[in-house]
Design a protein. Structure first.
Length: 200
């Protein structure tokens, strides 16, 4: 016969896990909606719990934002990862840049949250650096020609495909999605064509 104390403990654990997930989902939902630094009050209200309960699961806002940031990396892995494909250099550049632009558009507010709070929470700064490494490694997997470039040209290739470049063109310079895509494709393709031994 099962001990009622064990059942009670398991029930509390399951409830605690549900509350923790609700807090994290509430935080991510607010960020997706444009609240790039949601407060404990906003998050607890959205999750339907008390602030006291929130801080039982996350001792401070840094730990909560760090958990949200882990979700950024998880989402990015799905948003940007794709299998290496065949085709001409131009076709592969377009397919790759298109994938990156779509990923940046889908995850924009999560990127902005991480960047915007990095000055306050060192863990977010570290996590953003790891995310950038993931994106660099993925780009070079999809376009191995980048490895043929010298160091300066490699950095330029990664700058062209960065979130910061996409965000500046699409948000600050108010270019359309298609124009932003075409501009980035043209610049990356021109760079690779001029500075690698690839023959078309």
């Amino acid at each position: 016969m099962e001990d009622h104390r064990t059942v009670k403990k398991d029930g509390r654990h399951a409830r605690g896990e549900r509350n923790r997930l609700a807090i994290l989902e509430a935080c991510l939902a607010l960020i997706d909606e444009g609240w790039l630094a949601p407060t404990a009050q906003l998050i607890s209200e959205r999750a339907g719990i008390t602030i006291r309960s929130l801080f039982r699961h996350f001792p401070d806002m840094e730990s909560l934002f760090a958990a949200a940031n882990n979700e950024v990396r998880s989402r990015a892995a799905g948003a940007f990862a794709t299998k290496a494909r065949g085709g001409s250099l131009e076709e592969r550049v377009r397919a790759t840049v298109e994938r990156y632009c779509e990923g940046y558009s889908d995850q924009k507010n999560l990127f902005l949250m991480t960047k915007g709070l990095s000055w306050r929470y060192p863990i977010l700064k570290d996590n953003y650096a790891r995310l950038q490494k993931d994106l660099r490694d993925n780009l070079e997997l999809l376009l191995p020609e980048i490895r043929q470039l010298d160091t300066s040209q490699q950095e330029l290739a990664h700058a062209i495909t960065s979130f910061e470049m996409w965000h500046r063109l699409s948000e600050h310079q108010e270019l359309s999605s298609l124009r932003t895509l075409n501009l980035l494709v043209d610049e990356l393709y021109r760079l690779l064509l001029q500075h690698t031994s690839i023959k078309q």
